[in-house]
Ligand binder design. Structure first.
Ligand SMILES: NC(=O)c1ccc[n+]([C@@H]2O[C@H](COP(=O)([O-])OP(=O)(O)OC[C@H]3O[C@@H](n4cnc5c(N)ncnc54)[C@H](OP(=O)(O)O)[C@@H]3O)[C@@H](O)[C@H]2O)c1
Length: 300
């Protein structure tokens, strides 16, 4: 199976590349004799084979000429604040381009694994969101990500929509890396304590994606949720990062979201129910504290 990874230079894409290089070593067996060579990693950033997923003719030509049978779409407009200033760009990437990928997979009978977000729910719940909870996106990022989901579902292609949340990794910019820096530099820090969710190590998500690809023939019209296990606020997450890193000199204090004025309404509660994917893949989901330690060890 020839698998196209889009947005391969991002956090999740880079974890997937690392994981695909190890395929076969940890019981993750892809079809074919030379497993790693079945993945094609593309992005618009330097260092990757160039593929702009907003360019429909380029995507269609790529899929046909390279015999692509599955796409993992890791590309997205992910800057939640900036999306408010560039709604057209966000929509083009998070919705328009997703429709193009889905249509290309429909054409060849392939599978699209599309990554989506807890933000589609709006965050007013008090218990974990199941896959079929009604969507209430708020803000440009959330709305365009939901449009992307709708485009996938309406496309007629075989798909898996994989919703995740609070993604971090060794790569790119993320909350863990920012907190590591700030708690080393600053004597004190305020972190919001009224938004609850689950941090997710992108390496764990990448592993789940490889498992879904192994089952590519058996999945087709599915939505799954995957984050690490447990839940916390950003404040609790920050305290744990600092404690694990030994940055004890920084005084971290809880605060409310009002203290950080933003154009975007952030979900107050965005914990996702993972029972469906746990059962379908027969996986153990590591607690967020366990995966945080894994990531911190890799960052050293
Ligand atoms: N990060 C989170 O906390 C979070 C939470 C929930 C869900 N998600 C979802 O998880 C997925 C992966 O997120 P991530 O954090 O790994 O994202 P990321 O680090 O922002 O990576 C996205 C990648 O897509 C690339 N890209 C931008 N425009 C493109 C285009 N036109 N064609 C092809 N590639 C393009 C970006 O390149 P440039 O950097 O050069 O723009 C970047 O390398 C996304 O769907 C996101 O919505 C993320």
């Amino acid at each position: 199976m020839n698998v196209l990874i889009t947005g391969a230079g991002g956090q999740l894409g880079r974890c997937l590349r690392e994981m695909a290089d190890q395929v076969g070593h940890d019981g993750l067996v892809m079809p074919g004799p030379d497993r790693a060579s079945h993945f094609v990693f593309t992005d618009v950033t330097e260092g990757y084979e160039f593929l702009d997923i907003t360019d429909a003719s380029a995507v269609n030509a790529f899929v046909k000429s390279r015999g692509i049978q599955a796409i993992v779409n890791c590309a997205a407009y992910t800057n939640v604040e900036k999306a408010e200033e560039e709604p057209e760009l966000a929509e083009k990437l998070n919705a328009g381009a997703v429709a193009v990928l889905a249509s290309a997979m429909k054409e060849v009978g392939g599978l699209l694994i599309h990554i989506s977000t807890d933000y589609v729910f709006g965050g007013k719940a008090t218990e974990p969101y199941p896959e079929d909870a009604p969507a209430h996106p708020s803000g440009v990022y959330a709305r365009t990500k939901r449009q992307g989901e709708e485009a996938v579902m309406a496309s007629g292609a075989r798909y898996v929509i994989l919703r995740t949340a609070w993604l971090y990794s060794e790569y790119g910019k993320n909350f863990v890396k920012t907190m590591l820096r700030l708690t080393a530099e600053k004597p004190s820090l305020k972190v919001v304590n009224d938004q609850k969710g689950t941090p997710t190590y992108a390496g764990d998500l990448a592993e789940v994606i490889l498992r879904l690809l192994e089952m590519a023939g058996q999945v087709g019209h599915d939505i799954y949720h995957y984050t690490n296990a447990g839940e916390c606020t950003w404040y609790e997450f920050a305290k744990t990062i600092a404690a694990y890193a030994g940055h004890t000199a920084c005084d971290i204090q809880p605060c409310t979201s009002d203290e950080f004025p933003s154009k975007v309404h952030r979900p107050a509660y965005s914990v996702l129910d993972k029972s469906k994917i746990k059962e379908a893949l027969g996986i153990r989901i590591p607690h967020w504290t366990e995966s945080l330690q894994t990531c911190l060890e890799r960052l050293q």
